[in-house]
Design a protein around this ligand. Structure first.
Ligand code: GLY
Length: 260
């Protein structure tokens, strides 16, 4: 499989003042926007510290969830698949992302194929696609076909999930073959191909982390993740994400990482 955690570039999109109008299942209050902008800037600085060149698109208040750019595309090698996000209010976000990658060959999901990039996890020797409230089987199948057309050797598995928004809210890869799980995610999938760590109940949101080259981005406030990260990663960037957590956001959804 194409080396999936080696990147040179990242795309982000600045949040807008109406971030609180976005979708969320949390009831912990509206984001403090001054703090949200500060956290977003620190996040971009961390991407740069990992060696990435960051392009920041301007936010558009039509799409209060637009800063969560990961949901609008899946990038694998040179292949860019522009998604149709599962939530109706977010569908138009994909146009700005498609425009940002217009210089590359693009595939766009159409028809009844709905998929959020947050449901796609490249880990170990495979790609997992979560079947969630946002990603349906038609979307997962369309992405699988696009990935296989690009790389006939790619191994793709579907993972039906519940209890969390996206697959990557429920599980991410801390180091090659080492997975960290949220205790909230329910799934019958077999993860015996990996070393698995499930977080304690109170740290349920900490399972979303981002490996980039030899570094790891983790969220502040999750001691078990901090401990695991110290064991497995050479450089760890710990970021405050409180204002995005209020909107069901976390680390991976705030950028698209890619090789250019
Ligand atoms: N607020 C992120 C989402 O629900 O898609």
């Amino acid at each position: 499989m194409y080396p999936h955690n080696r990147f040179t570039h990242a795309l982000t999109r600045t949040p807008t003042d109406n971030l609180s109008a976005g979708l969320t299942s949390q009831t912990i209050g509206a984001p403090d926007m001054a703090l949200a902008y500060q956290q977003h800037t620190a996040y971009q600085d961390a991407l740069r510290a990992c060696g990435l060149s960051v392009t920041a698109l301007a936010g558009d208040p039509t799409y209060p969830d637009g800063c969560f750019v990961e949901d609008a595309a899946v990038i694998y090698g040179d292949l860019v698949v522009i998604t149709q996000p599962g939530a109706l209010s977010r569908r138009g976000e994909a146009d700005a992302i498609a425009a940002a990658f217009a210089h590359r060959p693009l595939i766009r999901l159409t028809g009844e194929a709905y998929l959020d990039g947050g449901d796609v996890l490249f880990c170990a020797d495979r790609v997992l696609i979560g079947l969630s409230e946002r990603t349906n089987r038609a979307g997962a199948t369309a992405l699988r076909n696009a990935l296989r057309d690009y790389d006939s050797a790619v191994r793709v598995e579907f993972v039906p999930i519940s209890g969390v928004l996206h697959l990557k809210t429920g599980v991410t890869e801390l180091a090659p073959g080492v997975l960290v799980f949220s205790p909230l995610m329910q799934t019958e999938a077999d993860f015996s191909f990996a070393e698995c760590h499930t977080l304690p109940e109170r740290e349920w949101h900490g399972a979303n982390l981002v490996p980039i080259n030899d570094s790891l981005l983790i969220m502040e406030g999750y001691p078990t993740v901090t401990e695991l990260a110290a064991k497995h990663a050479r450089t760890v960037h710990t970021l405050a994400m409180s204002e995005f957590e209020k909107m069901d956001g976390s680390l991976s959804c705030l950028s698209l990482r890619y090789h250019a």
